[in-house]
Design a protein. Structure first.
Length: 414
């Protein structure tokens, strides 16, 4: 292991006034403010100015995951309420997309509120009406220890995704300290969301509109979409002073063959729209390393794998070429994997040199990622954001942050 002096949690804390946490989104998505950091310089803008701040040799990668209303409520005959929060599928498939599309019973690992009042094997039932048809929804606690729940419904002519959409609640982040309202169904979702399965939004994308994406595209900047289904673990606070001891959450990713080809061929700046996109692309690089090292070809990146002693690390192009060869050999049009990669100061970025992201909680895994990208400047960035009264967290303002390896070109607008 290369880590001689692992980061300490206390070094990545800052004071976040409660009143700066945005409890609700702005009326217009792109009306948010944008802090721009590059090569030690900080400037302040409106999000609508983003296209002018991006070099024309940039490639933007968005996360097209779609937030599902993952919070389901069931009433027991006694009147007790059992809250079931979907985490990840277990059967008949552990692939999120397949589970969401299923019209047969599915089993999910869940967080369960009021678990002590739900006996193993006990059935809970509810009714919903869709387009004049009454559906009966049933939940059975299969295993209390691992909190696995089987869901079934009759008539069975709906997908699980449609069922959840009809009866679930939007899973707002816990730090908002409020219940979801009707407008959250639209606003806690990006305009380009497509692949159902996230239980938290890739919030960097909440600022984009169809018009702003079109404006970026017209500048000649390439627009690309990958998928990482954001898990509830993204909100888990770090409790260990040695941050490497933090139990990193695992999230499922999906890359199309086109994604990998675009990354393999991309010249210039690769800009991640959100920390989820960044973690995905960096994970894909490390999967290429595993393939070149002839390690077990499962697409899974352990949290500290990048910090191990690796000999002669390949270039980005070489790594993605290995992934493409793997897909070709196995006749894969898409690559499904999972990652628990932990990016913190000391990490060497292999793919991304730009990041569009919101402002994150003190001492969180995402705060450490920002510090890894901006190095010692992170504290100045966040102190200034607090002083300038930026809005923080999921519904807050945005930032465009560059690694010191930014590649500007002559077409960058002032």
């Amino acid at each position: 292991m290369l880590l001689q002096n692992p980061p300490k949690l206390q070094d990545y804390l800052y004071d976040l006034p409660e009143e700066l946490i945005a409890k609700f989104p702005l009326e217009k998505r792109d009306a948010s403010r944008l802090l721009h950091f590059e090569q030690g310089h900080i400037s302040h803008h409106q999000f609508s100015e983003l296209p002018a701040l991006l070099p024309s040799n940039s490639h933007l990668f968005f996360n097209d995951t779609k937030v599902i209303p993952a919070r389901l409520l069931f009433k027991k005959p006694t009147g007790s309420t059992i809250e079931v929060f979907l985490l990840n599928p277990l059967a008949p498939s552990n692939l999120i997309q397949q589970s969401m599309e299923s019209s047969s019973p599915v089993v999910w690992n869940c967080m369960i509120g009021n678990l002590k009042r739900w006996k193993e094997g006990e059935k809970l039932q509810g009714e919903i009406v869709l387009e004049g048809i009454q559906y009966t929804v049933q939940a059975v606690l299969i295993n209390k220890a691992n909190k696995s729940v089987q869901f079934s419904w009759t008539p069975a002519d709906l997908s699980f995704a449609s069922l959840v959409e009809a009866c679930g609640e939007v899973p707002l982040p816990p730090y908002l300290n409020r219940k979801a309202i009707d407008s959250d169904k639209l606003r806690y979702q990006t305009v380009y969301s497509k692949m159902e399965g996230a239980v938290a939004a890739p919030t960097a994308g909440l600022h984009f509109t169809d018009k702003s994406i079109e404006k970026i595209n017209k500048k000649g900047i390439s627009i690309n979409y990958l998928t990482l289904h954001v898990g509830a673990g993204t909100f888990r606070p770090i409790k260990h002073e040695n941050v490497t001891e933090h139990p990193m959450h695992c999230e499922q990713m999906v890359f199309s063959k086109k994604n990998v080809q675009q990354l393999h061929e991309a010249k210039g700046n690769i800009v991640a729209v959100g920390t989820t996109s960044m973690r995905s692309m960096e994970s894909l690089y490390w999967f290429g390393v595993k393939l070149l090292n002839k390690e077990k070809p499962d697409f899974f990146v352990e949290k500290l794998y990048p910090y191990q002693q690796h000999r002669d690390l390949p270039s980005k192009s070489k790594s993605f070429e290995a992934v493409l060869n793997h897909m070709q050999t196995n006749q894969l049009e898409q690559l499904v994997g999972s990652t628990e990669i932990f990016i913190f100061p000391g990490y060497s970025f292999k793919v991304c040199n730009g990041l569009i992201t919101n402002f994150h909680q003190p001492g969180s895994t995402l705060m450490l990622l920002i510090a890894a990208l901006t190095k010692r400047h992170w504290r100045e960035i966040y102190q200034l954001a607090v002083e300038k009264r930026y809005r923080f967290l999921s519904y807050g303002d945005s930032s465009l942050l560059w690694h010191d390896k930014i590649n500007f070109d002559e077409n960058l607008s002032n």
